[in-house]
Design a protein around this ligand. Sequence first.
Ligand code: CUA
Length: 319
Amino acid sequence: MPEFSIFPESASTMAGSVDALFWYLSAVTAFFVIAISLANLIFAIKYRESQVDVARPIHRSTPLEIIWSIVPGVIAMTFFAWGANVYYELYTPPSDAMNIYVVGKQWMWKFQHPEGRREINDLHVPTGVPVKLTMTSEDTIHSLFIPAFRTKKDVLPGRYTSIWFEATKPGRYHLFCTEYCGTEHSKMIGSVYVMTPEDYQNWISGGVPGMTMVEAGRQLFEGLGCQTCHSRESGARGPDLVGRYGRPQMLAGGRSVMFDEAYARESILNPAAKVAAGYEPLMPTFQGQISEENLLRILEYIKSLGTQDEGSPGQGSEQ
Ligand code: CUA
């Protein structure tokens, strides 16, 4: 049995700064609780009815009012500045982060590594590497929480959210769903296995040899007939996707949008929403025809096309 402890283990690079902020908030709060309680007690005794001249009331003091407004104001701003800083770091994944995809459903967590390995309710990650989880839900709202990494975020149907962490200590840690999502919400739990980079390499290359996500995505892309329109030929019905991902995309009507995960997803499920400049809104919707996991594979393939130069042949390569 695990021994009782107030804090979960600290196993990520962010854990220290989250805890430091927590202790700062607790210390300031404790200081004021004690100071105010003591003052209350002392004043109640010192200024009890028999000791004061109730006929001479004391009126306002401007300096005192200024001090008791400014001092707490400054202290509150330190909460804000420090908190905003930690929050920003906690929710801004480094650009070189390793990607793992997460699909939540009633009542399990499905994880998918770009190299092809998939797992349920278990997540294997290496130490010393920033890992970004791109998450979505097949049904209702879930929320992924890994206490040892001090990070948590809602997992929503119909869109992608993400968290990131860099694990520091090999071991096994809890992961939870922290959004009530139905009768078996409390069983929607699992383990994060943090491994040394060598162990992780062995793990990722072990198991059933399968297709990488990019390969699986390309197969789906071709199987669904996407490339018949999204091709390099001039006069093609849809834009060629090579070199597009991660760059601004001009839209019909003169606006532009970042070609990111959200835009790719929307364009597959609701193609008429934001049509690329120079093309007709001909594409049919794929709403209801592609599972969340397959959508992630197609996304990973489109991403891999985005990193290629527009001049090179449009072959899907690995990463
Ligand atoms: Cu999923 Cu609670």
